[in-house]
Design a binder for this molecule. Structure first.
Ligand code: NAP
Ligand code: GLV
Length: 319
């Protein structure tokens, strides 16, 4: 008998096709997400689940999944899953690194450039048609010669650093071990995060959301940043105290911010952050390219099949 697999929401066909051949497959909604109560009711029936970042795989969900062998996350971040608890229950957790690295780094850089050169404001003014070129009109921040501080220097942090080198930025990184690739990029390891924040013109977050990194950017740390600095977050919303960021923008502790991630998602429209000055928000689209999303689908399906077929998955999440 084929193993039973639930994909909690439809994903690109490239991944589904791999699964269809080899498992008894149930696919969730093609739009939106599987409601929590539906998910909890289904979990006891499956040997494998391919879940999305929006699916909260906490103790309650994992306890419901009585025959589950593998939880394959469609995403590289896995803060939606209680990995230690899953592992203790013998459930293998996997994720999708690498295939989305370049797309997400592009997004971080797009936000950085767009905030630096005030593109949201520029678009609005251009559409209104009431402007005149002037020496002091819509001046933005230079990248060339400025300092970029990367919080996290893993796959995505390094991919951002490669882009930054081409733009003539000086690169610093923290919350990561010193890395040989850093030397190649001329990137300098800064052991104390506060030092990196104080010397950077741009700060970009690329660490996972775990207990130690939750609200890494708090009021004290935003106050450490330069008044002209720009903050970018494509990591997770929970890395940031969003009320502190709203104050930092409104009170001029920093100059601007570009955010792809929020806590919660979507962040309610009435949240103070959306009234903050010089904020460019995006709806969690870091990996939103066909290549990345197809790659994630293939990767998640491959991981899932490996575990169900008794092989070591390419991307296990280890505790
Ligand atoms: P990665 O290769 O694992 O890099 C993580 C970096 O964070 C490493 O430099 C690691 O340091 C550092 N780090 C610091 N504290 C850590 C801790 N407590 N636990 C683990 N690592 C810690 O991850 P990645 O592929 O670059 O992805 C980074 C994050 O980006 C993901 O976790 C996810 O939240 C986010 N993401 C967002 C999007 C989006 O759509 N916006 C897309 C993809 C990923 P060491 O090297 O010293 O271990
Ligand atoms: C997206 O946010 C991911 O972690 O893959």
């Amino acid at each position: 008998m084929k193993p039973k697999v639930l994909v909690t929401r439809s994903i690109p066909e490239a991944g589904l096709a791999l699964l269809r051949e080899r498992v008894d497959l149930e696919i969730g909604p093609s739009e939106g997400f599987m409601p929590r109560e539906v998910l909890l009711a289904k979990l006891p029936l499956f040997d494998g689940v391919l879940c999305l970042l929006k699916d909260r795989m906490d103790r309650e969900a994992l306890d419901a999944a009585t025959r589950l062998k593998v939880l394959s996350n469609y995403g590289v971040g896995y803060d939606n899953i209680d990995v230690p608890y899953a592992t203790a229950k013998g459930i293998v957790v996997t994720n999708t690194p690498d295939v989305l690295t370049e797309a997400t780094a592009d997004m971080a850089f797009a936000l950085l450039l767009a905030v630096a050169r005030r593109l949201s404001e520029a678009e609005r003014i251009a559409r209104e048609g009431k402007w005149a070129w002037a020496p002091d009109f819509l001046l933005g921040a230079d990248l060339h010669g400025a300092t970029l501080g990367l919080v996290g220097f893993g796959r995505i942090g390094k991919a951002v650093a490669r882009r930054a080198k081409g733009f003539g930025l000086r690169i610093r990184y923290t919350l990561a071990r010193p890395s040989a690739e850093g030397d190649e990029l001329g990137a300098v390891h800064v052991p104390i995060p506060e030092d990196l924040l104080a010397e950077s013109d741009f700060v970009s977050l690329h660490v996972p959301l775990v207990a130690e990194t939750r609200h890494f950017m708090n009021e004290e740390r935003f106050r450490r940043m330069k008044p002209g600095a720009i903050f970018v977050n494509t990591g997770r919303g929970g890395l940031v105290d969003q009320e502190a960021l709203a104050r930092a923008l409104n009170e001029g502790w920093i100059a601007g911010a570009g955010l792809d991630v929020f806590d919660p998602e979507p962040l309610p429209a009435e949240h103070p952050l959306f009234r903050a000055k010089n904020l460019l928000p995006a709806p969690h689209i870091g990996s939103a390219t066909p290549n990345a999303r197809n790659g994630m689908a293939v990767c998640a399906a491959t991981n899932l099949l490996a575990v169900l077929e008794g092989r070591t998955p390419p991307n296990p999440v280890l505790v």
